[in-house]
Design a protein around this ligand. Structure first.
Ligand SMILES: Cc1ncc(COP(=O)(O)O)c(C=O)c1O
Length: 497
């Protein structure tokens, strides 16, 4: 590259390509050798990043280099066998140079892993936060769906309002009223699951460079939703009374936080509530500091212990944007969620919804509306909550007997998860690999936190599995922990995005 001639007739990009091609031909660069990143090449050659990327693309098209996702560009190692077969060059490898640089986060990787394990029982998926499909109200949904397709099939298959089917918005407002008054139908927007509601609210409020905060640990999806706006996401610790308000106040003194994401009722992953005193303090703080609060209540109705609390939004409706869904109880595949907000932020959320997917599917909304109107939702909760309690007890007992001396666990009052912290610090990824080898998966704690964790934690979920599966899963997990503790080396830093 030191021979590049800026005065020559041949464009620089061609000179770069030729220089690499010659170095590869002559063996100066050997097969499998890693080349500089496009950014490094741009700097070395004094060209812009796009030119460097184009040069690698041309070399890839000539079959001289190959790009590996997330790892870089390498001199192509054409095996004798591949050459004999005349193997076709990878025709899509040019995309790796045309696409922006890989931005896969640790959370992305864990979510991919979770979806991969969700459909199987081996390894026992203690990492998976799905509800048990065997508990869904299949008969009721079958009857309601048939009735809709009989009485209003065209409407069921047509687009609907951006904000959602009117009778569902009405039913959701009534459901909110039964919980203490979350908001009116005109403040309610139906979304494709709570996950989309989190994304829309985050996009409505945050811009690149803004500061957002969320509980640590939290739901990996909300961390991703906040980060994807380009905002910086700062952690606020939680204890057995929920979000640590002193820590939040300190954070607010140092940073201009625009939005805070919380789960004040039956928090994922600890299963605990924000205490009444802290709820009051938080709503006052939101008013005083002009702070938006993104309240996620997806587990709020899955309570088997403790006092029933209304959503936080009831305390400060102009500040709190409330998100919920039917995913954790009625059917996650219905993708029926909603968001409730007041004021200009509501208009922005509606605009984000229109820009994103225009409307959520109509048929599931009609089904949800009739399901709620018939009183089936409450009846269904009554049926499934004792089963959740039993599964949670099985998990807590198993943790106590198998891991009791080396870990501490949260005490869920509902929801679907337990947060377990090991007393010793172990390398989370080594532990995960060993757990899978032993036949169980767990949700690595680091992926549920916006910051680099200081201790080793894991989220274990009880919603999907039978008590026997849970007990066997924890036995295998304990074996994995013991194995890794025996061979422990100093814990490596976690790769955080
Ligand atoms: C706390 C929390 N919020 C939101 C979601 C997403 O819910 P939905 O399936 O309705 O998109 C989940 C799902 O795991 C969750 O745990």
């Amino acid at each position: 590259l030191s021979y590049l001639n800026r005065e020559a007739a041949q464009p620089l990009i061609g000179q770069i390509v030729d220089a690499f091609a010659e170095a590869i031909d002559s063996g100066e660069l050997s097969q499998g050798e890693k080349l500089p990143t496009t950014r490094e090449l741009a700097e070395l050659a004094g060209v812009n990043h796009l030119t460097a990327a184009r040069a690698y693309r041309r070399l890839a098209e000539r079959g001289l280099v190959t790009a590996r996702v997330g790892r870089g560009t390498f001199v192509r190692a054409a095996s004798a066998e591949a050459e004999a077969r005349g193997s076709a060059p990878d025709r899509s490898s040019w995309q790796l140079y045309a696409l922006p640089e890989e931005s896969e986060t640790y959370g992305d990787r864990i979510l991919t892993e979770m979806f991969r394990h969700a459909g199987a029982r081996d390894p026992i998926p203690l990492m998976v936060g799905y509800p048990d499909a065997g508990l869904f109200p299949v008969e009721q949904i079958r009857r309601i769906s048939a009735a809709i397709l009989e009485s209003e099939p065209e409407r069921a298959l047509q687009y609907t309002d951006v904000e959602g089917v009117p009778e569902l918005r009405e039913q959701l407002a009534l459901l909110g009223e039964r919980r203490g008054g979350v908001g009116g139908a005109d403040e309610t927007v139906v979304t494709s699951g709570a996950r989309q509601a989190l994304t829309l609210a985050a996009r409505a409020i945050l811009r690149p460079g803004d500061v957002a905060a969320c509980e640590s640990p939290s739901f990996v999806g909300v961390i991703e939703a906040l980060r994807n706006t380009g905002a910086r996401v700062l952690p606020v610790p939680v204890d057995d009374e929920g979000l640590d308000l002193d820590a939040l106040e300190q954070l607010l003194r140092r940073h201009e936080v625009r939005l805070l994401a919380v789960q004040p009722r039956l928090h994922n992953p600890t299963g605990v509530d924000l205490s009444p005193e802290r709820r009051r303090r938080l709503s006052e703080l939101a008013r005083r500091r002009g702070l938006f609060i993104l309240e996620d209540g997806v587990y709020g109705d899955l309570r088997f212990a403790g006092e029933r609390l209304p959503p936080l939004r009831t305390l400060a409706p102009e500040h709190v944007i409330y998100v919920d869904s039917l995913s954790k109880s009625v059917g996650s595949g219905l993708r029926t969620g909603w968001v409730v907000a007041t004021g200009p932020v509501l208009d922005r959320i509606v605009r984000e919804k229109r820009n994103d997917d225009m409307t959520s599917p109509t048929l599931p909304q009609l089904i949800a509306a009739r399901f709620l109107a018939a009183g089936e939702y409450e009846r269904h909760l009554e049926r499934i909550i004792p089963i959740h309690r039993e599964r949670c007890e099985a998990l807590i007992e198993a943790i106590e007997s198998e891991l009791g001396t080396i870990a501490s666990a949260s005490r869920p009052q509902g929801g679907a998860h337990v947060w377990v912290r090991l007393h010793d610090r172990l390398d989370e990824q080594v532990l995960y690999a060993e757990a899978v080898r032993q036949g169980v998966s767990f949700h690595p704690g680091g992926a549920a936190m916006p910051e680099r964790p200081r201790s080793t934690s894991m989220r274990l979920s009880f919603g999907l599995l039978s008590p026997d599966e849970i007990r066997e899963g924890v036995r295998r997990l304990a074996r994995a922990v013991r194995t890794v503790r025996k061979t422990r080396r100093p814990a490596k830093a976690m790769p955080i995005a």
